[in-house]
Design a protein around this ligand. Structure first.
Ligand code: NAP
Ligand code: GDD
Length: 337
């Protein structure tokens, strides 16, 4: 029997939450996994590659910059990937209001450079673009599907619409197997501390450990459709296994306010969120996305993708992981007031 050739995957943004989960998934499926990282990550692996600790010896990392076509071209030519997962981005919406220029430059040019390198060097390579529910922004319908019109509310959202359109154009103009996932918010214990879910769960742990007395938050009424990152990266992989490229919404179909997340996270350790949350007007955004709720019917029907981990389980897993990190017992207090 002729052995199957090893498939080679390349991941931009491998150091991030999703990058680390998809790297693990691809290794478990027998892929040779290559990641594009910033040069500083190679020089300072103890701090910058922490999410990859468990698999560090099994992956190959290459330094390149989203700002430089030459560096991206070089890595693509060296790796010659069969599948490319383009996850690298300035991904924090709030920061995109502080630095519109670098968000647009890194996110739009980075996507364009990677698409162009793939088209020029490995046109057979299947390409995944990390689109976002932020593209819907001030959404004109609820729930949002692949057919809902985009109305982004930040340069982050605008950069993702541009990346989505570039990906579609490369599919149509150059026949590239290029797909976009329109992923709604997905979280995990590996989520960055700047995002509201991790800010809350790490805040709960710090309060329980006696290291903080309060948690300052912005808009508590914003609603998000929150799922688990480990399940969402499986959706990315499924998209690239299809005969034809396409775009898919990945979401749970359930939406919750930020305050509901906080209430559940505090209650899990027996605390009342109202005793600790301090509203902070400075944390509101100049333009907010008030309500996101996804309809993943197409992914369910065509990819066979669905989520299993619900809202409560997600909050519990994140709170418990943050408590463990600080060495506190989440069940130390049992009565929610
Ligand atoms: P994340 O944890 O913030 O990871 C972002 C990754 O991009 C990191 O590896 C980061 O590298 C890299 N990166 C950022 N700026 C870069 C630059 N200028 N040059 C090179 N690399 C750069 O994000 P995530 O949650 O895993 O999300 C992955 C992708 O999905 C992103 O494109 C995000 O916009 C998109 N997305 C996320 C969600 C979600 O809810 N998580 C939903 C929809 C779409 P460093 O470690 O060096 O900073
Ligand atoms: N970060 C943060 N910090 N958000 C807060 C805070 C706070 O203190 N207080 C309230 N919020 C609100 C924000 O205003 C927003 O409405 C909501 O909490 C979620 O904010 P984030 O967790 O920062 O995520 P996001 O929805 O803006 O963006 C994430 O999801 C997108 C998909 O919809 C990111 O992962 C994006 O990269 C991703 O595309």
């Amino acid at each position: 029997m002729v052995p199957m050739p090893v498939r080679r995957a390349m991941i931009s943004g491998i150091t991030g939450q999703d990058g680390s989960y998809i790297a693990e998934l691809l290794l478990s499926k027998g892929y040779e996994v290559h990641g594009i990282v910033r040069r500083v990550a190679i020089e300072d692996p103890e701090h910058r590659l922490t999410r990859l600790d468990a698999i560090r010896s099994r992956i190959h990392v290459h330094a390149a910059s989203l700002e430089s076509y030459a560096s991206i071209h070089q890595v693509v030519a060296q790796v010659m990937p069969d599948e490319c997962y383009h996850l690298a981005a300035q991904s924090f919406v709030s920061y995109s209001f502080d630095d519109e220029f670098s968000t647009l430059n890194a996110n739009i040019n980075g996507t364009h450079y990677l698409l162009a390198a793939v088209k020029n060097i490995v046109p057979h390579c299947r390409f995944y673009f990390a689109g976002s529910s932020e593209m819907f922004g001030k959404a004109e319908e609820v729930p949002q599907t692949e057919r809902t019109r985009f109305h982004p509310r930040s340069t982050y959202g605008i950069s993702k619409v541009a990346g989505f359109e570039l990906t579609r154009n490369y599919r149509e103009a150059y026949n590239l197997h290029a797909s976009s996932g329109i992923l709604f918010n997905h979280e995990s214990p590996r989520r960055g501390f700047e995002f509201v879910t991790r800010k809350i769960t790490s805040g709960v742990a710090r309060i329980l450990a006696g290291r903080s007395k309060e948690l300052r938050l912005g808009n508590l009424e914003a609603k998000r459709d929150w799922g688990h990152a480990r399940e969402y990266v499986y959706g990315m992989w499924l998209m690239l296994q299809q005969d034809a490229p396409d775009d898919y919404v990945i979401a749970t179909g359930e939406t919750h306010t930020v305050s509901e997340f906080a209430e559940l996270a505090f209650a899990h350790v027996g605390l009342n969120w109202r005793d600790y949350i301090v509203p902070d007007a400075d944390l509101f955004r100049p333009a907010e996305v008030n309500l996101l709720l996804g309809d993943a019917s197409k992914a369910r029907t065509k990819l066979g993708w669905s989520h299993r981990i619900g809202f409560e389980e997600l909050v519990r897993e994140m709170v418990e992981a943050d408590c463990r990190m600080l060495g506190v017992e989440p069940k130390a207090r049992t009565t929610a007031s």
